[in-house]
Design a protein around this ligand. Structure first.
Ligand SMILES: Cc1cc2nc3c(=O)[nH]c(=O)nc-3n(C[C@H](O)[C@H](O)[C@H](O)COP(=O)(O)OP(=O)(O)OC[C@H]3O[C@@H](n4cnc5c(N)ncnc54)[C@H](O)[C@@H]3O)c2cc1C
Length: 580
């Protein structure tokens, strides 16, 4: 069976010893936000998730969701679990207290989320989309719309759904056709069809709030002509009670490869009442407020699945006996190839965790720091890290899911053992909230050049400041080489974007991986430094061995990835794919 418990020891090490989370206390409103306070919150949330959500992972996968004439029934136990989840205050951890949230740091909410994303990623999607919907309305709507929806979205009593995708408009939101026409009373008439809408309909809450991208009659073409509308399932009366059922329907749900515990709905809006959120034609900006945070959260979904794969594979490898290894050991963890696989999983998961939480700490600083220079620097880091966290953590989830199956051998291929579900559940993470190809293009096309190219410069300087540590030469040296390669390739890409964008775009996925591995090298250097000060022998030695493994076995990949990026691609692009 797959196995998982929240990695409490890892959280303490990464957040307290490596990233010094106590620095959050310098931000206004977070004066009490030290790790000692966090530890209790994380432990309480983890117990609840382990006891209530983890047991629903497999049953939710097997049962899936059920559509019946527009109604959607979630798998058994989901509605009760969701009620327990929001009623006990876990749904709105980082939402502001004025809208019934807990007002805690984004970072803390994401630690709790990581546990939920590992234990039951299908279930977790509703809460993730609700957070996104909350953020988008908070950032764009007027006070009347905020007051109507945010108090109940803020604590999770109602859930949110994000309605962007249409059959002809996936990545290319410019081709969205859904229309919004003024009703003359300040509301809008929404007409059109949306597909792939997560939690568009379900039986877990009394109301569902859709955040919809649509076009006003006078809209210019393309993404500049999109506006955002809040479209609730039930209209809300002036006294806050629920009114008439709105004019839309869930016309079907998808049958998917994974995340069966999440319903993916085709929605038809037939004259539904909507409220404009933000100024006309600012829809894409309003959506990106939530998309940027959601991309980090999807990365954390990937991280959660990596941890699940790692724990499952390690537990199995410690118990499964097959043959005798060269060292005389009877369990498969003693076979060098199995050990190499487990160390790869460990190096990626634990390194990616540092990258992910360093990013969430920057989000907290970007939102709450009072000093403009601190906010500016934090914003730069968030911009740079978001595509890395989203794409690297989610690609790794699929890779590590596959590695876990390999460690289980044929037993990994059997449904009852629960590890093949990791691959099936994780693949979608590479696709939604902007495919990983699109994330890589975002890195190369936008982030490398943003603000005069200062984002990668910040990264190179920060890594170099720590990569000259003679005490940690085993990783400091290969890390310095990796940064040099990455910088050379960054310059090449910046130039190629001007001269021949096809060359730059062709290598963007390899470049994102090279960037992420270098980031993980920086993370492992800092983990090795922090671990060397620990007394906990087994934990310390595992960290130091994994740091050495990463430095020797994984960091050298950066140079070959970079060499692949710096290649002309004219021949490939001139190949007539239609004629083949
Ligand atoms: C289970 C599930 C849940 C979802 N939930 C939601 C939801 O809640 N709300 C919502 O609105 N949508 C949702 N989606 C939709 C999802 O966000 C889209 O599927 C995704 O944006 C990709 O769009 P597409 O499927 O049309 O692929 P396409 O856009 O057709 O892309 C196909 C391929 O072409 C590549 N490509 C396309 N354009 C470019 C480009 N400009 N540069 C480089 N490469 C490019 C892509 O990377 C991809 O590899 C969900 C989808 C699924 C399957």
């Amino acid at each position: 069976m797959a196995s998982y418990t929240a990695p409490r020891r890892e959280f303490a090490f990464v957040l307290r010893d490596v990233l010094n989370i106590d620095r959050l206390q310098e931000l206004p409103g977070f004066e009490d936000a030290g790790y000692d306070t966090f530890e209790g919150v994380i432990d309480e949330a983890a117990k609840l998730i382990e006891e209530q959500l983890w047991p629903l992972r497999e049953s939710g996968d097997q049962q899936g969701c059920d559509w019946n004439h527009g109604d959607v029934k979630m798998p058994q136990g989901f509605a009760e679990a969701y009620r327990m989840f929001w009623e006990s205050g876990w749904a709105g951890l980082s939402n502001p207290a004025e809208y019934n949230g807990q007002g805690l740091p984004f970072t803390l909410a994401q630690v709790v989320n990581e546990v939920m994303y590992a234990a039951n990623v299908g279930f977790s999607l509703t809460t993730m989309l609700t957070n996104g919907c909350f953020e988008a309305i908070l950032a764009s709507a007027d006070d009347a719309v905020k007051d109507m929806f945010l108090p109940k979205l803020g604590n999770g009593e109602w859930t949110g759904a994000m309605c962007l995708t249409e059959p002809q408009a996936g990545t290319d939101l410019a081709s969205i056709r859904t229309k919004a026409t003024p009703n003359g009373d300040g509301t809008y008439n929404i007409e059109g069809g949306k597909i792939f809408i997560t939690s568009g309909e379900h039986d877990m809450t009394e109301n569902i709030v859709h955040f919809v991208l649509a076009r006003l009659p006078d809209a210019p073409p393309g993404v500049r002509g999109l506006s955002t509308f809040v479209v609730p399932k039930f209209l809300v009366n002036a006294d806050g009670t629920l009114g008439a059922r709105n004019q839309y329907k869930c016309v079907s749900i998808e049958h998917k490869m994974g995340i069966h515990g999440s319903c993916t709905c085709a929605m038809q809006f037939d004259g539904a009442t909507g409220y404009l959120s933000g100024a006309p034609h600012t829809g894409i900006r309003n959506m990106f407020v939530m998309m940027n945070l959601e991309r980090i959260m999807v990365g954390l979904q990937g991280l959660g699945q990596c941890e699940l794969a790692l724990q499952s594979a390690l537990a199995y490898a410690r118990e499964r006996k097959q043959g005798k290894a060269f060292n005389g050991g009877a369990t498969i963890i003693n076979h060098p190839d199995v050990r190499r696989t487990i160390l790869t999983m460990k190096a990626i998961t634990e390194g990616a965790r540092v990258m992910a939480y360093e990013t969430t700490l920057h989000v907290d600083a970007a939102h709450h720091a009072t000093d403009p220079a601190t906010r500016e620097a934090a914003n730069d880091w968030v911009e740079l890290n978001t595509p890395l966290v989203k794409a690297f953590c989610t690609d790794s989830a699929v890779d590590l899911g596959s590695m876990a199956i390999q460690v289980y051998g044929g037993h990994g291929f059997i449904r009852d053992n629960g590890v093949e579900q990791i691959v099936r559940d994780s693949k979608i993470l590479c696709l939604y909230e902007g495919t990983n190809g699109v994330q890589s293009m975002d890195l190369v096309r936008r982030k490398l050049g943003l603000n005069g190219g200062r984002l990668p410069k910040r990264f190179f300087a920060a890594v170099r400041a720590e990569a000259a540590d003679p005490a940690l030469d085993f990783i400091a040296r290969p890390l310095a080489t990796a940064v040099d390669e990455l910088e050379k390739t960054t310059t090449w890409l910046q130039q190629s974007m001007q001269d021949n964008p096809n060359d730059a775009a062709f290598g963007c996925v390899a470049f994102l991986r090279a960037f992420s591995l270098t980031y993980l090298g920086w993370a492992w250097l800092r983990m090795a430094r922090a671990a060397s000060k620990l007394d906990d022998g087994a934990f310390k030695s595992a960290k130091l061995v994994t740091a050495r493994f990463f430095a020797a076995q994984m960091l050298p990949e950066v140079a070959s990835l970079c060499a692949r990026v710096r290649q002309p691609t004219t021949e490939y692009m001139e190949w007539d794919a239609d004629a083949a």
